[in-house]
Ligand binder design. Structure first.
Ligand SMILES: Cc1ncc(COP(=O)(O)O)c(C=O)c1O
Length: 379
């Protein structure tokens, strides 16, 4: 590090050069990401709360109220006005907190957690950090978890089951209703990872799509991950973890002797109040209608792309939400050629091409994508 600082102008020049190397959602070519441009209002609010720290919530009582209000609003969206929880850094931290509660609540030696083979890799991190054995149950043909295989994998040491409601790769929703019954019968903690689907599924139902139940309306569900920084249009970092009731928090309570609040329940100490305030603002600004319109826009474009891909003879899976997966015997070459034309797509673990139709993907982008794909197929 140099002795004397340089001018703001010079620093900005360096930043500009770096930023130019980044891809931009606004170009409409990023089809691999579950994040998008934050809502324009979110940018203003975030700046206003930059100094707030919810790790020392007694100093920022107003901001803490906004976090509590966000959780209340998300709870009502997920059929539980009494839910409690936190705005955290993302789905990874939220899933880690859920398994942390589950492990401590059960208090078993060599604890195990059963997830689907399509579960997000954050659960691998969480189980590794918590010293839990991760057991993967098979998926069925429709890419939701095979309930019979979950049952087979439950044993004496099982402390948790994790369901996906909006799997990362396919957007499929597990049969949470059946998993909830199992959880109740066996006395096992059930966590639902709706990091992506939490801001989609409730609105899909309103829009007339048939979707499975996945939330606290199912009595066996103990916690849900729902991320404002994905389809919630909030800033990064904004994740959400909701617990069915406050009782569950006691399993992760840590004393914080020299701070304004004497106990903490989050993994992070110092943590962003700006994320909570921004999430609250968007929930109030957009309301259910705003989020429903957002989901409708994404779904209309997803269906348009689905129909076009089918027309091209692609082996494309019927989408549950705004995630499309298609296959082709030359998928490797196709994805490489798409990349050469500037498209950022991703691949599932099975090698299919995966597209996430986020709000930054406009209709003209889809038309261009299909044109480019036709061109690639011709060659
Ligand atoms: C279903 C699901 N869970 C968890 C995560 C992890 O979220 P984050 O990257 O915000 O930590 C993701 C990320 O895409 C996800 O799709």
């Amino acid at each position: 590090m140099q002795e004397d600082g340089i001018s703001e102008k010079e620093v900005l020049k360096i930043l500009g050069l770096s930023r130019r190397k980044d891809l931009k959602y606004s170009d409409g070519k990023i089809l691999s990401s579950m994040c998008t441009m934050p809502h324009i209002f979110a940018r203003k609010v975030y700046r206003f709360f930059l100094e707030t720290n919810l790790g020392d919530a007694g100093l920022f009582k107003g901001t803490k109220e906004l976090e509590d209000q966000s959780i209340k609003l998300l709870g009502s969206l997920l059929s539980n006005k009494d839910a409690c929880g936190f705005i955290v850094s993302g789905g990874t931290e939220a899933n880690l907190m859920a398994l942390w509660v589950a492990r401590n609540k059960a208090g078993k030696e060599k604890p195990e957690v059963v997830v689907s083979e399509g579960a997000h890799f954050s659960l691998e991190k969480a189980s590794n950090l918590l010293g839990m054995k991760l057991i993967k149950a098979r998926n069925k043909k429709d890419r939701s978890v095979d309930i019979n295989d979950v049952k087979k994998n439950i044993g004496e040491k099982t402390v948790a089951i994790v369901a996906s409601a909006g799997s990362t790769e396919y957007g499929t929703i597990d049969d949470v209703e059946a998993l909830s019954e199992i959880a109740l019968n066996e006395g096992i903690y059930l966590h639902v990872d709706a990091a992506f689907g939490g801001f989609v599924i409730p609105f899909l139902r309103d829009l007339g799509y048939e979707v499975r139940k996945f939330d606290f309306s199912l009595r066996g569900v103990s916690s849900i991950t729902i991320d404002p920084h994905k389809m919630g249009l909030s800033v990064i970092p904004s994740g959400g973890i909701l617990f069915r009731n406050r009782e569950l928090l006691k399993y992760i309570e840590t004393e914080a002797p020299y701070l304004t609040e004497k106990v903490q329940h989050t993994i992070l100490g110092t943590r962003s109040g700006a994320s909570a305030a921004t999430t609250f603002s968007l929930l109030k600004l957009l309301g259910k209608k705003g989020y429903r319109d957002n989901v409708k826009k994404c779904m209309d474009r997803t269906i348009l792309l689905y129909n076009e891909l089918k027309e091209l003879g692609m082996d494309v899976l019927k989408p549950t939400m705004n995630i499309l997966v298609f296959n082709h015997n030359k998928a490797d070459i196709i994805s490489q050629k798409l990349a050469e034309k500037g498209w950022v797509t991703s691949r599932t673990r099975s090698g299919e091409i995966r597209l996430v139709i986020m709000p930054h993907i406009r209709e003209e982008n889809i038309i261009q994508f299909i044109e480019d794909l036709k061109d690639i197929l011709k060659r």
